[in-house]
Design a binder for this molecule. Structure first.
Ligand SMILES: Nc1ncnc2c1ncn2[C@@H]1O[C@H](COP(=O)(O)OP(=O)(O)O)[C@@H](O)[C@H]1O
Ligand SMILES: [Mg+2]
Length: 272
């Protein structure tokens, strides 16, 4: 494998407000929420999406997946969330486990009902619906009016900007506002696991910190988070555990300290 520099893999400058995981909050003994074990995915055109991916996330943990373009980050999280089936794509080998249950190849809606919220890279909101209607369409919401209001309040506490935008069409929001709405929809369901593919891609740098900060707040009630992002700096600040994917396999994994200052991460690279 040859390494070459790529422009897309960005490490932002030293940041201010995002806190490192609190050292007294020990997450390694918490129960495993989701696990990929030696997963291989082949796309319907014959292309290998990932070759051998294993990772796990525990309750209350933030797990960051790094890696250059084409490394298999999206394929991995879609395999976990059941978002491969519509493309006639298969998990060819390995196992996906969710809350101790084998969910390999299970439909997305069943995985969602088990408590997984997925924020994909694209098409994450209903552009033609208002913000309020996007939230109401989140699914798995309490029927009771007061309980629903309480949950909406939690979302507006997390993203106060959304409260003022509730009657706007989601398609008219900025990219950052749409990401907040997508995360709001996801957490409104009180998921056991939140999976976010490309948290800050294409968004103004000033939004990166608040978005990562929101992830930290989301884990406080025990929600597990898997985040894929190109800005390794913030990911390393918030993650409890990291996996570096390259060419469809896990090249390295460990606590964020292991990767901080890593030349590979700092320089960015893609497989030639
Ligand atoms: N819909 C698809 N059809 C065929 N191949 C795909 C598709 N999506 C991704 N791939 C291939 O799977 C591999 C992993 O891609 P992806 O999971 O998107 O990586 P990443 O998210 O890390 O950029 C790449 O070789 C990519 O070309
Ligand atoms: Mg991707």
């Amino acid at each position: 494998m040859r390494l070459r520099h790529g422009a897309r893999w960005v490490v932002p400058p030293v940041n201010g407000g995002v806190r490192a995981p609190e050292p007294d909050v020990e997450t390694v003994d918490r129960p495993v929420v989701a696990e990929l074990s030696e997963v291989a995915v082949r796309y319907s055109n014959g292309a290998l999406g990932v070759e051998r991916i294993s990772f796990e996330v525990r309750a209350g943990q933030i797990v960051a997946l790094f890696g250059p373009n084409g490394a298999g980050k999206t394929t991995s999280v879609r395999a976990l969330c059941g978002f491969l089936r519509s493309e006639q794509t298969r998990i060819e080998r390995g196992r996906v486990t969710l809350l101790d249950r084998d969910v390999t190849g299970l439909e997305a809606h069943k995985i969602a009902r088990m408590g997984v919220s997925f924020v994909p890279e694209r098409d994450k909101v209903f552009a033609n619906l208002t913000v309020a209607d996007n939230l109401r369409a989140a699914g798995d919401l309490p029927r009771q009016r007061q309980a629903l209001h309480d949950r909406l309040d939690q979302v507006f506490e997390l993203f106060p900007a959304l409260a003022d935008l509730s009657r706007q069409a989601a398609g008219q929001l900025s990219g950052g506002q749409q990401q907040m709405l997508a995360l709001g929809r996801a957490v409104l369901r009180h998921p056991r696991l939140l999976v976010v593919d490309e948290l800050t891609l294409g968004l103004h740098h000033s939004l990166h910190e608040p978005l990562f900060d929101a992830l930290q707040r989301i884990t406080r009630n025990g929600t597990a988070v898997i985040v894929v992002d190109e800005s390794a700096g913030f990911s390393l600040d918030v993650a409890h555990h990291c996996y570096l994917l390259v060419g469809g396999v896990v090249r390295d994994s460990g606590p964020p300290e292991k990767f901080r200052g890593s030349e590979l991460l700092a320089a960015g690279y893609v497989e030639a």
